[in-house]
Design a protein around this ligand. Structure first.
Ligand code: SF4
Length: 366
């Protein structure tokens, strides 16, 4: 890696028509697609300051010339498109010409705005937001672990083709209530002032006694320790999701996320042999959840769905989105097929990262 500070006076076409644009701090490409300006050093100092003192003033000492080109990673996809991302997780999708402009420091006004929104370019207007995003992303470094996942059973009533846990009705084993309480005590050992306990499986609702024991014990510890606890649970929302269990979860303020892979044909094809009518079962449970929620709360119902993205989902992206909106679901967690368990062998539903990026992100490019 070779670092340098090259100044490009007037190389940016900005919207004011000024002949001399701002100076830019850039780094030379080392041939690996990684660009690492010295700005990065300054940012890590600034983020460190904010981590320990949220009232830290960003302006004094050591602020580099702004606007500046941030440290970014670039991955070339098909057809010369580049996926560019920065440490905060923000990203931009650039065609070949745009990427060349970024590297040459000859961005036009429109591209410059896009890169500022993605924090690839840092200015005096967006740098505070960027550093706060870094602080938020890496707060676990100073606060201790906040997310604690309890796998209460490997068993599931379904056999999804991509299941990373290889769950199935034939699998055995269930966390005892006593072990669930001990796991919660371990979670509360974190130095974080708040924590999230998430229930996963298999299908966690197949071991509801352990879920309930963990929630009740966590609430007790919350009162004793003053730490704040939140709960979430991931379910396939089929037969194990009964009325009494859903009522308990709503009363206990558990954020429920259910697996729904878009429209009926895609969803049911993913569920494995012998589970043909799963999509209808999920819709019935959504209706039941809405009813129970309305009987207990004036607030709008909160529906969170998780989609595992298979090759079939990529091929019908529009239909996927419409399928969620038709159910009134506007919060979707999109996850890829994880190459673990059955997902490791599910070549027919799998795809490369580049294929996925091209299919999902291309429509987002203005
Ligand atoms: S992916 Fe989820 S719903 Fe499907 S078999 Fe695995 S645990 Fe069950």
């Amino acid at each position: 890696m070779r670092l340098s500070r090259r100044i490009y006076p007037g190389s940016i076409v900005d919207g004011t028509g000024e002949p001399d644009g701002p100076n830019w701090l850039v780094a030379e490409d080392d041939g690996t697609g990684t660009h690492r300006p010295r700005l990065n050093d300054w940012l890590s100092h600034a983020a460190e300051g904010i981590l320990t003192d949220s009232s830290c003033d960003l302006r004094p000492r050591g602020v580099p010339t702004l606007p500046a080109l941030n440290f970014y990673r670039a991955v070339e996809l098909a057809n010369g498109f580049h996926f560019v991302s920065v440490e905060s997780g923000d990203w931009a999708f650039l065609d070949r010409g745009e990427f060349d402009s970024l590297r040459a420091g000859t961005m036009d006004c429109q591209l410059r705005r896009r890169l500022e929104n993605a924090h690839v370019l840092l200015t005096s207007e967006n740098i505070r937001e960027y550093i706060n995003r870094l602080r938020h992303r890496y707060r676990f470094l100073s606060e201790g672990p906040t997310l604690h996942i309890l796998v209460v059973t490997p068993r599931c009533n379904l056999t999804c083709v991509y299941c990373q846990a290889s769950s199935a009705p034939s699998r055995h084993g269930a966390m005892s209530e006593d072990l669930a309480r001990k796991a919660v005590e371990r979670a509360f050992e974190t130095s974080a002032s708040s924590l999230v306990i998430e229930f996963q499986g298999g299908e966690p609702l197949l071991n509801f006694p352990a879920v309930r024991a963990a929630i009740e014990h966590a609430k007790l510890l919350e009162r004793e320790t003053g730490k704040r606890v939140q709960f979430s649970l991931v379910s396939n929302f089929t037969e194990p999701a009964t009325e009494d269990k859903l009522g308990y979860l709503i009363d206990a303020n558990v954020s429920v996320c259910f697996s729904l892979d878009g429209p009926e044909d895609v969803h049911d094809a993913n569920r494995g042999q012998g589970h043909a009518a799963c999509h209808q079962a999920v819709l019935r449970t959504i209706g039941m959840f809405r009813r129970i929620w309305a009987s207990r709360s004036q607030a709008p119902v909160e529906l969170r769905a998780m989609m595992t993205t298979t090759r079939a989902s990529l091929e019908s992206a529009d239909r996927m989105v419409q399928a969620y909106l038709a159910q009134g679901i506007d919060r979707i967690a999109i996850r890829p097929v994880t190459r673990l368990g059955r997902g490791r062998k599910a070549a027919a539903v799998s795809y490369s990262a580049a294929e996925s990026s091209m299919r999902w992100l291309r429509p987002c490019v203005p």
